[in-house]
Design a protein around this ligand. Structure first.
Ligand code: GLN
Length: 483
């Protein structure tokens, strides 16, 4: 039962092969049994899940049907859930029970999805390995000695290990696509503004975007359908109609123009990954796509620009966690300054503190022009590169990551080494474009992802290309041993 995708679950529920309550109980038992190996959940919400499952079964009995009605999912633990701890992977918010549901949580609940729990993540979504969580590292089900990627590592490990079919995640610089690549999943970062950020605890507001992590493009379409849409509570939410994503999955790739940036195949890319990317290109050519070499000349500047802009926004966003309005408060403060210093010093881990300091520095009066303003100018150049490329091609294709999942602890002493692994993902966030990662093979038993990027609001095109690829390949069906 735990092997089923969201699409298969929807069919099974519609055909009355099982109830949502039965399925929910099977998955909750599986999580209890297997998650101690992975640490992918921070909180389990068994009572809520059974209650939501019963309600979904009742709605189906009354003749309602929709793909998400009764479908078990989990939320990354930065989506606020009313009355349930929303920790953001931080000691700072270990005691925080949100007074309201994030828009994404409310929309999925209204569609009938069943919340099994809240998934582990890098603290405040800062990281690429899920090792900065206050609740401990998450393990990769493909090899328990390796990281699952981050920051949505809990959602990724849980879905990859078949503890549940799909989960929500967020992507500020790659945190949906990179863990998808590291765990053999399909993950989609939507266009900035497509999914509401209301109730999603902010890391870098101009880059953050929620999206689905699942095993197939077909399931990403189903989950995105429940997440996307205009929200007056989010001033950057875009008031555009949401297309029927599942309906976009039937299109032929004949004549589809795929751009492959020459900068992607630079020295930093593992040659074994380069080979798998070439194989995926050949596969798509067989399906009718036309390949064209393109150039993204400013890509080399994207990592330094991102690691100024994201910490700058984080330093501002995280100022609200002061031990007074929100979050952890130190014992017996001597005075107000002592309260702030110790509450923040105890509540935030090392990576979060590092980024707050970098961001505050980049925004300070003497350095603003040299760092922050310069980074914003690079951001525009990165966007211009994409706009020029999309005049010539329909999709851009390349690797999601330069290397497969590294060993736990391997990059702990060198944060910049981890930052460099984001080279292929962060440009889409800087430009606000949609991007998808899908399984493309294995290196040393560890999964490899291929990334597809599309023009604004072309999530349907990304999902269709991935779906056509998945109809003709079986990488995405591989299951990690032991799960
Ligand atoms: N690895 C990137 C960072 O650490 C991206 C994280 C994310 O997308 N949330 O900032």
């Amino acid at each position: 039962m735990h092997q089923m995708t969201l699409a298969e679950i929807a069919r099974g529920l519609a055909d009355k092969k099982f109830s949502s309550e039965e399925l929910t109980k099977v998955l909750l038992a599986r999580i209890t049994q297997l998650d101690p190996q992975l640490n992918s959940f921070i909180s389990l919400t068994e009572d809520l899940a059974v209650e939501q499952a019963k309600a979904a079964d009742a709605r189906r009995a009354n003749g309602e049907s929709s793909a998400l009605l009764g479908a078990p999912i989990a939320h990354k633990d930065l989506f606020c859930t009313q009355g349930i701890r929303t920790s953001c992977g931080s000691r700072m918010l270990d005691n925080f029970k949100a007074p309201y549901d994030a828009t994404v949580v409310a929309k999925l609940a209204a569609a009938g999805a069943v919340t099994l729990g809240k998934t582990n993540m890098d603290e405040f979504a800062m990281g690429s390995a899920n090792e900065s969580s206050w609740y401990g590292a998450v393990k990769n089900p493909w090899n328990l000695e390796h990281v699952p990627g981050g920051s949505s590592g809990g959602s990724a490990a849980a879905v990859a290990a078949r503890l549940l079919p799909a989960a929500t995640a967020t992507d500020t610089g790659g945190s949906i696509r990179q863990p998808a690549a590291f765990t053999n999943l399909t993950g989609l970062k939507p266009t900035y503004g497509r999914v509401s950020r209301w109730g999603m605890i902010a890391y870098a507001s101009s880059l953050d975007q929620g999206g689905p992590l699942a095993r197939t493009a077909e399931d990403c379409a189903i989950l995105l359908q429940g997440m996307a849409g205009f929200d007056p509570n989010d001033s950057t939410s875009i008031d555009e109609p949401v297309p029927d994503y599942s309906a976009s999955l039937g299109e032929s790739l004949q004549g589809l123009r795929i751009g492959v940036p020459k900068e992607y195949f630079s020295a930093g890319l593992d040659p074994r990954i380069a080979e798998l990317i070439q194989n995926s290109i050949q596969q798509l050519q067989k399906l009718g796509a036309v390949i064209k070499e393109i150039s993204l000349p400013n890509m080399q500047h994207a990592i330094p620009a991102y690691y100024v802009i994201a910490p700058a926004e984080a330093s501002s966003n995280l100022s609200r966690f002061d031990g007074v309005r929100f979050g952890h408060r130190c014992e017996n403060p001597e005075n107000l300054i002592d309260l702030y210093k110790r509450s923040r010093g105890e509540g935030f881990g090392a990576e979060v503190q590092r980024r707050i300091m970098v961001g505050a520095y980049a925004l300070s009066a003497g350095y603003y022009d040299a760092y922050y303003l310069k980074a914003q100018k690079i951001r525009r150049l990165v966007k211009n590169d994409f706009m020029a490329a999309f005049n010539e091609v329909d999709i851009i294709l390349g690797p999601t990551t330069p290397n497969p999942a590294w060993k736990l602890g391997a990059k702990n002493s060198d944060p910049v080494a981890a930052y460099l692994e984001d080279v292929y993902t962060i440009t889409a966030n800087l430009a606000g474009l949609p991007g998808l990662s899908m399984p493309a093979g294995f290196v040393d038993g560890l999964p490899v992802g291929v990334q597809l990027l599309a023009p604004y609001f072309q999530e349907g095109r990304l999902l269709n290309v991935a779906h056509q690829y998945q109809l003709n390949t079986d990488w995405h069906t591989r299951t990690p041993t032991g799960f």
